[in-house]
Design a protein around this ligand. Structure first.
Ligand code: 5GP
Ligand code: ZN
Length: 114
């Protein structure tokens, strides 16, 4: 997708600090970490937000949870705990219109809604 920041990260025209990559997903460190562990898990397919996930995408979005499990183990937070967050739309503060899941951990996380 033209002019999508995360598509550019997928293409490699904008650099990222990658944690994991396969044919369908990319995981990279958030540029402004909100916790000691803060990575973004994205499908390589451009989907603007949770609202735009189509029927044919749900199996892939399910697979994303397997990626989250593997990354949590790799980053050492599987046993201590972590949070997986998807922001969708203005009230959530979604800033990048390419669906992504924040995986946060490495500390006791605060209240979910602030
Ligand atoms: P949102 O608010 O849309 O759920 O989260 C977007 C996230 O993308 C933010 O946590 C922000 O720090 C991160 N981010 C924005 N631009 C970049 C970038 O160029 N590189 C990386 N690695 N993360 C970014
Ligand atoms: Zn995109």
């Amino acid at each position: 997708m033209d002019n999508c920041l995360f598509c550019k990260i997928v293409e490699g025209s904008i650099p990222s600090n990658k944690v994991f990559e396969d044919d369908s997903f990319l995981v990279f460190h958030d540029i402004e970490p909100a916790a000691p562990t803060h990575v973004l898990i994205i499908p390589k397919k451009h989907i603007a937000s949770m609202n735009d996930v189509q029927s044919e995408d749900f199996a892939m979005i399910g697979e994303l949870h397997r990626v989250a499990q593997d990354v949590a183990i790799k980053l050492g937070v599987a046993s201590t705990g972590y949070r997986l967050i998807n922001n969708c739309g203005p009230d959530s503060g979604q800033a990048v219109a390419h669906i992504h899941y924040h995986l946060l951990g490495g500390t006791k996380l605060g209240a979910l809604v602030q």
